[in-house]
Ligand binder design. Structure first.
Ligand code: CLF
Ligand code: SF4
Length: 490
């Protein structure tokens, strides 16, 4: 099939629609806000823009995939949580390195992925340095991909220093979603995070550097919002430095029209060679992160399902299939075939309506619930409990109470099963990762890991294998509360 001409992506929401969304607290209901919002909670034009974006819609992340192309290697600032050997830690786990691509190589890779992974809906540039420091490569990549795949969304992640200089170009290139990493609005906090920046042909340090960065971030945020582009703010939570301050950051970015705020935990390890890793600066515990998110819940549109992906990530947010699409595996020429993506979208449309109806019924069934349970599930996507315990490298966590079933985050762990046998050390690390969780719902689990999890105080249930998550979690709540303590499902 021949490449199709460039066209716009999805219908645009107006700035007024976005403002209306923000002014109403993020949504028209109190329970489903931010990334958890659904079509009933948002103006139709806003929903249309986020419904297939796995980062902007929690629901979409069960169905749609993103990919990043590592076309932006250089950076104009230094963050204390970054080691330049690795990807940009603003959107990436430190300790992994991406294969750098030219725009021509990138478009080959995007088309190969689109032909192979029908869930693909978004192409992002998120490093491995800053996407806008050498913006030519970023925009050249989007130009080439737009010619080859007309219905893919474009997304950019930046530290914001160069952002005010590229607002018009972002809009001209149909970049519909921009992420700015903003860790402070007070330069005295900023100077503890950023040792230097490079701006207007010179290096700035200390308070001056933090002031310039802050002013540029605010200017860029306001200008991008004024263009009608949806803006997400990423903040790295650094205990003792900006953890309390992030409440102020949240208020400031919200006042300027940011659509979502994503608070990510600092990942810090001396082995990564970062300033924070070497100084022993710790990251927050899952409980501390959730505590801050709960505090922010009343005043912001929050994203809680971020996976801190790498700059060459490919696939659903919880998975990374990048290694299947390295340059040496790509054909020299590849032509886009839209058939699989189109068929997939038709199936998903019906499936999402069905799941939403089931989730609403589940919420109603919980109206008399008296307390709160945290339930972890294993899933391969599709909003269903469809993964074996031993294969899970993360557990999605849902809070279940009288308000219904809500996604609250995920816990990472190495998969227990290593092709035919389980690893006891890994099982212990899974148990540690599941601290505070009341029950696990999974598609299948062996007797040995089940017994050990139960010894550790977790309830393990297989009864809802392949079912939708929300009704299964509601049914599990009712089972546990009607007949506690329940240990085995079969
Ligand atoms: Fe990539 Fe970022 Fe766009 Fe998503 S990721 S550029 S907004 S398409 Fe998403 Fe990954 Fe979290 Fe980023 S889960 S690290 S928020
Ligand atoms: Fe590293 Fe990204 Fe910070 Fe640049 S913006 S120093 S690449 S974490």
């Amino acid at each position: 099939m021949q490449p199709i001409a460039i066209s716009g992506i999805l219908p645009s929401a107006s700035v007024a629609d976005i403002r209306q969304t923000l002014e109403s607290g993020g949504c028209s209901t109190t329970d489903r806000c931010g990334a958890s919002a659904g079509p009933d909670d948002l103006p139709a034009a806003v929903w249309e823009r986020i419904k297939d974006h796995p980062c902007y819609s929690e629901e979409a992340h069960h169905y749609f995939a993103r990919m990043h192309v590592a076309v932006a290697p250089a950076c104009n600032i230094q963050c204390n949580y970054c080691n330049r050997k690795y990807d940009c830690a603003n959107e990436s786990r430190p300790g992994v390195v991406s294969e750098r691509l030219t725009p021509d190589q990138a478009v080959r890779k995007v088309v190969a992925v689109a032909n192979e992974i029908p869930q693909l809906s978004v192409l992002g540039v998120a490093g491995p340095g800053d996407s806008l420091y050498d913006a030519r490569k970023t925009f050249a990549t989007f130009d080439l991909v737009a010619k080859a795949i007309p219905d893919i969304k474009f997304c950019v992640s930046t530290n914001g220093l160069a952002l005010p200089d590229y607002v018009d170009e972002l809009a001209q290139h149909n970049i519909d979603h921009v992420t700015i990493t903003i860790n402070m609005i007070d330069p005295t906090v900023g100077e503890q995070i950023y040792p230097w920046i490079y701006f207007r042909n010179r290096r700035w340090t200390g308070l001056d550097a933090a002031k310039i960065l802050h002013e540029r971030q605010m200017e860029g945020l306001e200008a991008v919002v004024a263009k009608g582009i949806l803006v997400k703010i990423n903040s790295v939570m650094i205990p003792g430095i900006n953890d309390h301050h992030l409440m102020d950051v949240n208020a400031a970015v919200r006042a300027r029209g940011a659509f979502l705020h994503n608070v990510m935990p600092l990942i810090s390890d001396a082995a990564h060679g970062t300033a924070f890793g070497l100084s022993g600066q710790r990251g927050p515990t899952p409980q501390e992160l959730k505590g801050l998110q709960d505090q922010l819940g009343g005043g912001a549109n929050l994203m809680k399902h971020c996976r801190q992906c790498r700059a060459d990530a490919v696939g659903l947010l919880g998975e990374d299939r990048g290694q299947e699409f390295t340059l040496d595996q790509l054909p020299d020429e590849v032509v886009y075939d839209p058939a699989r993506r189109s068929a997939y979208r038709d199936v998903v449309e019906a499936e999402r309506d069905d799941r939403r109806a089931a989730a609403r019924a589940a919420d109603q069934a919980l109206a008399t619930a008296r307390d709160t349970l945290l339930i972890a599930i294993t899933t391969k996507g599709g909003g269903r409990i469809n993964q074996h315990f031993g294969h899970a490298t993360e557990f999605q966590v849902y809070e279940v109470d009288r308000s219904g079933v809500r996604f609250v985050g995920h816990r990472r762990a190495d998969n227990y099963c290593l092709g035919g046998h389980g690893d006891d050390d890994r099982l212990e690390s899974v148990i540690a990762a599941l601290e505070g969780i009341d029950a696990i719902l999974t598609a299948k689990i062996g007797d040995c890991p089940r017994d050990r999890l139960e010894q550790a105080g977790l309830v393990v249930l297989e009864d809802w294998a392949t079912d939708y998550i929300e009704p299964a979690a509601a049914a599990a709540y009712q089972r546990l509360r009607e007949a506690p303590p329940l240990r085995r499902s079969a």
